[in-house]
Design a protein around this ligand. Structure first.
Ligand code: NDP
Ligand SMILES: N[C@@H](CC=O)C(=O)O
Length: 862
């Protein structure tokens, strides 16, 4: 605690209050308070609160403010208020209309009604009512005086007009809090706060202001105060303002003048965020930052606090907390006088990222600049003379060129100034001239803890590289508190999101879209629901953000809980399927990686893979259409993986959850030479022939296999041999053979008359399969054989699939249920084939195979 007069009792009360000073991390001592500062101190802690316009938007919000202040008892409360939301803008518009002779009366009347209505709703009484009426009468006279007035008079009136809002809101709040009877005084800041224009904006005459405040306090015995923000007086006593958003500045000045123990700025956001949430949906609220970090972030775009605000509190080491009036339960952000702690926010040394738009790069280059002293001084002096403000400076150690970033609207002036300064050198060819690059943004990573912390730059640059953002210029001062990069405006949002992901998210964060929550997709959702929390703990952050079936889709900006996904797809919020919008949503710029898992059997969905992969979206699927479809698309998929960086995994297309493709890949990648593949590649047909002994009709078994989720959505794909032919083509292509479906000799079990009918009709006529199948079974049994469905790709490139009768001792007759049995014959496995065997169909095992591919990709992400 900084006050020597702070009693234990008061300390306890303050600790319980909304913003506890004790929470400020230890930092450099704010310095002893001068004796004259103690005169107004009461022995109580002094807590300055500032409420912005959004916190005072209407009577309801005023009541909320009262509740917040009532919770902070035990000390002296100094409350600085803005005008009711929108009032200052309305006053400016009124003044502009009056100056231009336009009708301002209706808007004046509306503003008056709004304030009177608030007063009525708050039952602030006749005195306030009359004071408001008087204030609006004064405003009316001032507006009338603007029309046709002299410039100087207009300026003076305009300054007075702008400040009415704070006078009115302070009247309302003081009355609501009980007025002087309850110990609440009201201070019109123009009585005490003396300011003058300074080099860096409005400057406070501290001595005069302090003396006036002491005198005022001597005349007003109440303990608590409501003070108007934004307004002040100039040295001559005329009303003036502290500039736009000046209420925060007022609050900080009063915190300094009162030598307060804490300042809380109440606003409509939870605190200082790690980045602009409109650009980075995953931005997080920072628990605590140092003054220096807050200044850097404020300067570079964090709108919560203006850097000017911090100067007065910084001088005394007063902790500032930003809090949300609408969510007072949120702890907000503490801005403290200490040094930023690298672990304070749990995300390492970078506290926030900021982005400044509307900039340009100016570059002076030339061989004649190398080793010549004074070049930088001349360049920056020229810019200074022409009134150009420099945002960022960068020069390589070769001294061949020097560049700086300036505001785009000042770039032309800056260019001309540098050209003029170096005209001789340019004319003599010692300097190449000045190059201007417009449409530039500066992205800055900010954090005290970056000092001496290795790897910060690597993370930033790595993130930007991954997002394919080109860096135009780089700057980092020796303080290492700010690492800035200039990037093209077109890349800026992508750059910000990529940088945010690099610092705040696991590198294995994946935005996932799932197509096809049918048998397999639904089971995958269940598996995800169980596994996602555990995976997240290991850094693998799979965020299901989109789900689609053949008709509808649901997209979520954050994440869809897998357990609720089907309900969400059925709910009203789901929209008509649009695969383009689906993919664009999944490829969210703020998350590092994107993946679409296609669990449909759709040709139309498979047709999208090349464009998705080319866009860097990883694709995982059990859908066999892409792997076995037309050759050109297959080639496009292979090419798109190379160009876009998306990976395509499809292990579940063959053997469901069995490692069939992986085994083949491993053989080939380690230099083996494939000779032949043969075996049972259909789980459905394996199950059918394992089960079919003549005791039940074949058609009944087909229906059961379908109900168990073994068959393709249309079981004719299994019975016709097409599904197995697809698998054979996938394996052949994996082995580098240019096989297509048309090259596979296929024996179909579907009678010709059932091949073209609709699915429902086919299912209704399944019994037509029974007689021919029974005849085949009996013939096989007569020879002591069993029926099995086999596939074969031989060394000569011949591919065939069909039903064969095998001797009972054949390995394929010793399989169970849906077992697939795949034999690889290769140079290494010539005499005794490498065999992969196990369940080859069913939602559980297939979904697990898909999930394993998803994880294989996620685990490889860096
Ligand atoms: N079942 C298994 O054992 C195995 C299956 N596979 C493969 O897994 C995939 C899924 O099989 P399964 O779950 O049984 O099939 P289902 O018929 O049960 O489910 C298919 C899903 O895909 C959706 N869908 C269909 N067309 C489209 C489209 N154009 N756009 C978006 N979504 C679409 C369907 O939506 P809707 O409900 O609106 O029609 C449904 O949600 C198939 O490719 C299959 O070959 C692979 C290995 C084993
Ligand atoms: N219907 C297929 C499912 C797996 O690909 C099969 O039965 O094998």
């Amino acid at each position: 605690m900084s006050s020597a007069t702070f009693s234990n009792e008061a300390a306890n009360a303050a600790a319980a209050a909304a913003c506890t000073v004790a929470e400020a991390p230890a930092g450099p001592s704010p310095g002893a308070r001068p004796a004259e500062q103690e005169a107004h101190r009461t022995g109580f802690p002094i807590h300055v609160h500032k409420f912005g316009g959004s916190s005072l938007a209407d009577a309801g919000r005023f009541r909320q403010v009262r509740a917040l202040l009532e919770a902070d008892h035990g000390g002296r409360r100094v409350v600085v208020v803005s005008a009711m939301q929108g009032t200052t803008d309305a006053l400016l518009a009124l003044a502009a209309n009056a100056v231009h002779g336009r009708d301002w009366a209706p808007a004046w009347a509306a503003l008056r009604s709004r304030h009177l209505a608030a007063a009525d709703a708050l039952s602030t009484g006749a005195v306030v009512h009359d004071a408001l009426l008087e204030g609006f009468d004064t405003l009316r006279e001032q507006l009338a005086g603007l029309s046709g007035g002299e410039a100087e008079r207009i300026e003076g009136l305009a300054a007075a007009i702008q400040g009415h809002g704070e006078l009115w809101s302070s009247l309302l709040l003081q009355a609501l809090l009980g007025g002087t009877a309850a110990g609440w005084e009201r201070l019109d800041a123009r009585e005490v706060l003396v300011v003058h224009p300074g080099e860096m904006g409005v400057a406070v005459d501290r001595e005069q202001s302090r003396a006036r405040l002491q005198a005022w306090l001597g005349r007003h015995p109440g303990r608590d105060l409501v003070i108007t923000g934004f307004i002040a007086r100039d040295a001559a006593g005329a009303p003036t303002t502290l500039g736009r958003n000046g209420s925060d500045y007022s609050a900080a000045i009063f915190a300094e003048l009162f030598d307060a123990d804490a300042l809380t700025i109440w606003t409509d956001v939870d605190g200082v965020l790690s980045a602009d949430p409109r650009l980075v949906p995953d931005a997080v609220c920072l628990k605590s930052i140092s003054y220096a970090e807050a200044c850097e972030l404020a300067y570079f775009g964090a709108k919560v606090l203006h850097p000017q605000t911090l100067a007065p509190v910084q001088a005394r080491g007063i902790p500032v907390r930003i809090r949300n009036t609408l969510r007072p339960q949120a702890p907000g952000t503490l801005i403290h006088p200490g040094r930023g702690d690298a672990e304070a926010n749990g995300h390492g040394p970078v506290k926030g990222l900021s982005l400044v738009d509307g900039l340009a790069v100016l570059e002076l280059a030339g061989n004649g600049l190398v080793g010549v002293p004074g070049i930088a001084e001349r360049l920056f002096a020229a810019l200074h003379r022409s009134g150009v403000s420099v945002t960022m400076i960068s020069q390589g150690s070769s001294e061949h060129s020097i560049c700086c970033v300036v505001r785009a609207d000042q770039a032309g002036r800056g260019e001309a100034a540098i050209r003029a300064e170096f005209s001789e050198a340019i004319a003599e060819g010692q300097a190449q001239g000045v190059q201007v690059t417009g449409d530039i943004c500066v992205l800055a990573a900010v954090g005290d803890g970056m000092v001496g912390h290795h790897g910060v730059a690597a993370r930033l640059f790595g993130g930007l590289a991954q997002a394919r953002v080109n860096i135009r210029a780089i700057a980092q001062g020796a303080s290492e508190r700010n690492l800035s990069v200039a990037v093209a405006r077109a890349d800026a949002t992508r750059a910000l999101r990529a940088a945010h992901a690099a610092f705040w998210l696991s590198p294995q964060t994946v935005s996932v879209g799932l197509v096809g929550p049918g048998n397999v997709g639904r089971t995958l959702l269940q598996q995800l629901a169980e596994a996602v929390p555990g995976l997240r703990a290991r850094g693998i952050d799979l965020r299901l953000r989109a789900l689609a079936n053949s008709r509808r889709m649901v997209l979520d900006h954050a994440a869809i809980a897998p357990a609720e996904a089907l309900d969400r797809l059925g709910a009203d919020a789901a929209t008509a399927l649009d695969l383009e919008a689906f993919a664009a949503h999944v490829r969210a710029g703020h998350l590092p990686h994107a993946m679409i898992v296609d669990c449909s059997a759709s040709e139309a969905v498979a047709a999208r893979y090349p464009e998705w992969l080319a866009a860097g979206i990883h694709v995982v699927t059990p859908n066999k259409h892409a792997g076995s479809g037309e050759w050109d698309r297959y080639a496009a998929i292979v090419a798109a993986q190379r160009s876009g960086g998306g990976r395509f995994l499809y292990e579940a297309t063959v053997g469901a959850g069995l490692p069939v493709i992986l085994t083949l890949r491993n053989l080939l990648d380690t230099g083996d030479v494939l000779h032949a593949i043969d075996g049972m590649l259909s789980g459905t047909l394996a199950w059918l022939f394992n089960s079919y002994d003549g005791s039940r009709p074949f058609s009944a078994l087909v229906r059961e296999a379908r109900a168990l989720g073994y068959t393709e959505p249309d079981p004719r794909d299994d019975l016709s041999g097409l599904d197995v032919a697809r698998k054979l083509v996938i394996l052949a292509r994996e082995a580098g053979r240019g096989l297509s479906l048309a090259d596979v000799e296929v024996e179909s079990l579907v009678p010709a008359e059932l091949q073209q009918v609709g699915l429902e009709e086919f299912l209704g006529r399944l019994e037509e399969l029974d007689a021919p199948m029974r005849a085949r079974l009996e013939a096989a049994h007569a020879r002591g054989c069993r029926l099995r469905h086999l596939a074969r790709l031989d060394d000569g490139g011949r591919a065939s699939v069909g039903v064969v009768a095998l001797p009972a001792e054949h390995a394929c007759c010793h399989t169970r249920l849906t077992d697939n049995l795949v034999q690889f014959r290769s140079a290494r496995y010539a005499d005794n084939p490498l065999v992969v065997q196990g369940p080859g169909a069913g939602p559980e095992v297939t979904a697990a195979g898909v999930f394993a591919d998803v994880l294989a990709i996620a685990q490889a992400l860096r």
